[in-house]
Write a protein that binds this ligand. Structure first.
Ligand SMILES: [Zn+2]
Length: 195
């Protein structure tokens, strides 16, 4: 009987702790677009799916450590308004916010390749962009007045991971290897950031 009680308490505690992440720092991954909002597309490949896959991959990688907890603004193919996203973010009060997107240029085939990072008008946001840019092929870091950046109280960046209409970027961002690599780079940035 004692053994069973202990087991019940242990299981209950584990379940309870997993819902009270106050001992962990929170990081929000915002997978851009979703649902009827496809984002950029190329030959039936949509931005909304690429960023969701990478976000989930980050979450998966993260499950083996207990320093921080990843929360996604969406974890399925649903459309959330930008205001819903920033309301959630500000309610959770995370350490940082990463909004994931994929770029597109007006050309049929983009000569531009690589990622771009947009920041808030704060040192913390610019510092986060710098940390990320050490791991990725970042072509541009720029302050920009975008809803998710303007309305998030926590340090936030919005990253365009590559060009959907650049054949190399597209191939990389849609491959399992590429998505895992991108996710690992973010996991490394977070580990260093939360040390
Ligand atoms: Zn986008």
């Amino acid at each position: 009987m004692k053994g069973i009680q202990l087991l019940v308490i242990t299981v209950f505690s584990a379940a309870f702790l997993s819902f009270t992440p106050e001992h962990k720092k929170l990081i929000i991954i915002d997978a851009g677009h979703g649902g009827s909002d496809m984002g950029a597309n190329r030959n039936g490949i949509y931005e909304k799916n690429i960023v969701l896959n990478i976000g989930k991959e980050i979450q998966k990688l993260n499950s083996s450590q207990d320093k921080y907890e990843i929360i996604m603004t969406r974890d399925s193919d649903t459309y959330n308004q930008l205001t819903e996203r920033t309301t959630l973010i500000n309610k959770l009060n995370p350490e940082l916010v990463i909004s994931l997107h994929v770029n597109s240029s007006p050309d049929m085939e983009s000569l531009q390749q690589g990622s771009e990072i947009y920041t808030q008008n704060t040192e913390a946001s610019k510092n986060l962009a710098k940390r990320i840019s050490k791991k990725f092929n970042v072509q541009k870091i720029e302050e920009k007045n975008l809803h998710i950046l303007r309305e998030s109280k926590a340090p936030a960046i919005l990253m365009e991971l590559g060009f959907i209409n650049n054949v190399k970027d597209l191939e990389y961002l849609t491959s399992e290897k590429g998505q895992k690599e991108v996710a690992q780079k973010f996991a490394d940035v977070f580990n260093e950031y939360t040390e």
